[in-house]
Structure formats: structure tokens, C-alpha cells
Design a protein around this ligand. Structure first.
Ligand code: ASP
Length: 315
């Protein structure tokens, strides 16, 4: 039996204590704690890493504070289009969806793609048709609505600007003050199998069917028992260009880096060199974990069979 562990994130960026009320801070920490408990309980009961990451993500998708599932940001057209991915490191099976609407838990649809389709990645209306055929739970638009995200979008909907989650400044300002609210989870179970999952509403005012790194296997999400399970959050375009999650795996496989060394190299050197702000969480098949970000904060938490347990927001 190996050590088992769960790491989660709820987005990274310019998250400052000064911008936060004590109530909001408490609500975020509670949300993270609930997700951590739900995922860890699966691992304790001999559940698989895949089931653990899914359990944690569902809690975060249902929490309106995070930009995934309920509470997702609005697109240019004023609707919510969500992306999600899940990968099983023991089989290298993966499932992703992009631009789906009205799906209560996009991560469940991603898992359905992984388990019950001949494909890895479905998008848009086709993905929604698949959701209906498979009996995945749908909700009306109102379910996903949050006043906060709506006001944020209203501020920029008449412009060509798009914004990373909580921000609503012009693009130049945006680059100085970024916050992201995507959610992710990585787990190592009692059998030493690992898995990763990521879910997001993407960017406020996004258009032309923009898709970020989150549902792209190897960019925002990746898992392989030989190396690591990774879930990213940050400015998706840069994470795609860096093929960030798979690069961590390559550094471990081909260069013999530890999880910590590989993640540090990708987050603090490779992504920084292309102004890729954000972070990632990871586990390996021995149950080691790492949570690394180059931004001022990342909503995050970890719980492990070795007794490690915390949730945190700031650097
Ligand atoms: N990476 C996500 C995207 O670009 C955003 C985030 O992490 O909040 O869609």
C-alpha cells in the first residue's frame, strides 16, 4: 500500500488579503475544505484516484464562488460555456469537454466521455447531445447565474476586452491584476494509481468559441502513473503554448526530476519566461504532492495519509 494524497486548487492569480473581506475569505477556505474532505474520504475508503478527483471537483463546481459549473463566468453572448477534463494515470484514458452549456457538473460529462465513448474530446452542441443521451444532469441557465459574475461581464460586454475570471479591467490593466477561478484536483490512491481533473468556465467575455488549457490533455490536465498527475490554473493561452502539464511529466521521465523540481522548473522558469501567470498542483505515484504558483495567490489545499493537511490562499 502506498501513501495516499489529494491536492486541490480553486484558481490562481492576484489574490490579495487586502481585497478580501473576512467573510469571503472564510467562505473560500470552507469551500476548499469541503472539497478536500469529499475527495479524501473516497481515498480512505479504498476508492480510486479517479473517483477522488471527481468527488472533489463536483463540490467545487457546485460552489458558486468558483469559476466552474455553477458560478461560471459569462461569454460575450451572455451565456456560460464550460470546459472540463479528467485523466486516469493508470490506463492513460482521458475524457474532455469544451464549450458545454447547462451541464450541472461538466466533470461528470468528461468522465462519461472517458468511459463510454470512443473519443477523448467532445465540444459544443455535440458534447451537449452526448450529455442528454447519457442522462447527465442538466440545469436551466438560472442555476448557473451569479450576480457577481454578471456585473463583472456587464462592465466589459460592449468592448472587445476579455478577462480572466474576477477581473474586469482593460486588457493592459488586466495583465497587471489577474485572478483565475478554475478548479482542479490530483490524487494518488492506496494502490498507487494517480489521476487529474480540471473544470472551468474559462474567461469572462470570451468569444469565437475560445477554449483554454483546462480541457486540453497535456496542457492544463495530465496523469501518468510513471510520473505525475497535474492540474493547472492561470492564463490558459500560455499554458497551452508551454504544454505545461505534460512538460512536468517529461522532465520527470526523461531527466529524472522529482515532482517538486519539475513543477518548479515549468511554473517558475518556463511559464515565467512567456509571462504565463498562474500555477499548478501535482501528485506522484508515491503520494508526494506539490502546489506551486508564480502569482500572488492560489486557492489550494492538500490532505495526505502522512498527516499533511492544509488549505491556503496567499503566497
Ligand atoms: N486556465 C483557465 C483558462 O484559461 C483559466 C483559469 O485557470 O482560471 O480557461
Amino acid at each position: 500500500m502506498s501513501g495516499f494524497t489529494l491536492a486541490i486548487h480553486g484558481g490562481a492569480g492576484t489574490i490579495l488579503k487586502n481585497d478580501m473581506t473576512p467573510e469571503l475569505e472564510r467562505a473560500y477556505l470552507e469551500g476548499l475544505q469541503q472539497a478536500l474532505q469529499a475527495g479524501f474520504a473516497v481515498l480512505e475508503q479504498e476508492g480510486s484516484a479517479v473517483n477522488a478527483v471527481k468527488a472533489a471537483i463536483v463540490i467545487l463546481e457546485d460552489n458558486v464562488l468558483f469559476n466552474a459549473g455553477r458560478g461560471s463566468v459569462f461569454t460575450k453572448k451572455g451565456v456560460q460555456e464550460m470546459d472540463a477534463a479528467i485523466m486516469d494515470g493508470s490506463t492513460l484514458e482521458a475524457g474532455s469537454v469544451a464549450g458545454v452549456r447547462n451541464v450541472r457538473n461538466p466533470i461528470e460529462l468528461a468522465e462519461e466521455v472517458m468511459r463510454n465513448s470512443n473519443h477523448v474530446f467532445l465540444s459544443g452542441k455535440g458534447a451537449n447531445d452526448f450529455a442528454i443521451k447519457q442522462g447527465i444532469k442538466l440545469e436551466p441557465d438560472e442555476y448557473f447565474f451569479s450576480q457577481f459574475r454578471y456585473d463583472q461581464w456587464k462592465d466589459i460586454r460592449d468592448s472587445d476586452n476579455y478577462s480572466l475570471d474576477h477581473t474586469h479591467q482593460r486588457l493592459e490593466e488586466l495583465m497587471k491584476d489577474k485572478k483565475f477561478g478554475t478548479v482542479g484536483a490530483t490524487a494518488c490512491d492506496k494502490n498507487g494509481n494517480i489521476a487529474a481533473a480540471t473544470s472551468t468556465g474559462g474567461m469572462t467575455n470570451k468569444k469565437y468559441g475560445r477554449i483554454g488549457d483546462s480541457p486540453l490533455i497535456g496542457c492544463g490536465t495530465y496523469a501518468n502513473n510513471r510520473t505525475c498527475a497535474i492540474s493547472c490554473t492561470g492564463h490558459g493561452e500560455m499554458f497551452i503554448r508551454a504544454v505545461a502539464a505534460h512538460d512536468v511529466s517529461c522532465l520527470m521521465e526523461y531527466k529524472g526530476y522529482t515532482l517538486q523540481q519539475a513543477m518548479d522548473m515549468v511554473v517558475n522558469e518556463k511559464l515565467v519566461s512567456i509571462q504565463g501567470e498562474g500555477g499548478m498542483i501535482g501528485v506522484d505515484a508515491l503520494g508526494n504532492s506539490a502546489l506551486i504558483f508564480n502569482s500572488l495567490g492560489m486557492y489550494r489545499g492538500v490532505k495526505s495519509s502522512d498527516g499533511t493537511e492544509y488549505v491556503a490562499i496567499y503566497k
